[in-house]
Design a protein around this ligand. Structure first.
Ligand SMILES: Cc1cc2nc3c(=O)[nH]c(=O)nc-3n(C[C@H](O)[C@H](O)[C@H](O)COP(=O)(O)OP(=O)(O)OC[C@H]3O[C@@H](n4cnc5c(N)ncnc54)[C@H](O)[C@@H]3O)c2cc1C
Ligand code: FES
Length: 266
């Protein structure tokens, strides 16, 4: 783990939408230790002189890290200005991610909305590498509009190797894909809860309605893992900025088993 920020060189930058880019950063040259991070964990990413913000890893590699960054404010917009060859400063990884090793042998149900799909991309990249460890993988991703769909190249691969369901809330008449809320396609899937673990990441309202849908399908709260986003400062349980109901989102989460946090999500 890096306790103080280290520079990571950007080797690739790919526009995903008008305000979102996928960045690939290489392991610092001369750094002998391999990178170690798990899906669902995050790094504090900084721009000297501007500030620092948490971003989830959305890759699975010992040699590089990828971040999917949306420009919403001072740090994130400054990061979006960076081009390959320049550097981001990283400390981490921090937090508890998805318990991938504990879930070996399970069927996985992955449900994401909007930029919440980013950490779940990390999960799917992990499963691609450890495919024999898991049974069926059902993926449900929802975006507002077709032009907001993220990771289109990955979606083509996941469509072949996983049971992928992709939907958008609204689309022009000639759109060929699925239209409707992600909760609707989860409900229509008729999934049962047998030997399954569910991982959800997305806006709080989407998490709330997805859990209600899963309850209708018979899922128990201890089968569901949710990822929370909170304003953070230190990222390591020192400042109390991210606290909700006695839990540090940075240190105890950001991924929680739902039976442990039921009632604290908005
Ligand atoms: C664990 C974790 C993982 C994250 N992963 C990603 C990721 O993979 N990709 C990504 O694009 N973003 C991610 N975020 C959100 C990201 O950290 C914020 O967008 C970032 O902090 C914004 O900083 P800023 O300085 O650019 O914006 P600021 O200038 O601080 O704020 C600009 C605006 O954004 C709002 N805002 C800022 N941060 C948040 C937040 N966390 N929740 C709600 N509103 C906020 C502010 O209220 C304000 O309106 C993650 C956050 C957390 C806690
Ligand atoms: S961000 Fe400081 S305690 Fe969590």
């Amino acid at each position: 783990m890096l306790f103080s920020p280290k520079p990571f060189r950007i080797v690739k930058k790919e526009a995903q939408t008008t305000d979102i880019c996928l960045f690939k950063l290489e392991r610092p040259r001369g750094e002998k230790e391999k990178l170690c991070y798990d899906p669902g964990e995050f790094f504090q990413v900084s721009v000297p002189g501007v500030g620092e913000a948490p971003f989830s890893v959305c890759s699975c590699s010992h040699d590089f890290i990828e971040f999917n960054i949306r420009g919403v404010g001072s740090v994130s917009n400054k990061l979006l200005e960076l081009e390959p060859g320049s550097y981001m400063w990283l400390r981490g990884p921090y937090g508890n991610g998805y318990p991938m090793k504990d879930l070996i042998g399970n069927n996985l149900v992955i449900i994401g909305g909007g930029t919440g799909v980013a950490p779940l991309r990390g999960v799917l990249k992990y499963v691609e590498k450890h495919r024999a460890d898991y049974e069926k993988v059902h993926v449900f991703f929802g975006f507002k509009r077709p032009e907001e769909i993220l990771f289109k190249k990955d979606m083509e691969v996941w469509n072949r190797i996983f049971d992928l369901h992709l939907t958008v809330d609204k689309a022009p008449k000639d759109y060929k894909g699925r239209v409707g809320l992600v909760t609707k396609i989860v409900e229509e899937s008729g999934l049962n809860n047998k030997n399954k673990a569910v991982m959800i990441c997305g806006p709080p309202i989407m998490i709330k309605f997805t859990i209600m849908t899963l309850e209708k399908l018979g899922f128990n709260h201890d089968q569901i893992f949710v990822s929370f986003e909170r304003r953070m400062k230190c990222g390591v349980g020192m400042c109390g900025h991210c606290m909700i109901s006695g839990l540090y989102v940075c240190k105890d989460g950001p991924v929680f088993r739902y039976d442990k946090v039921k009632g604290v999500h908005e």
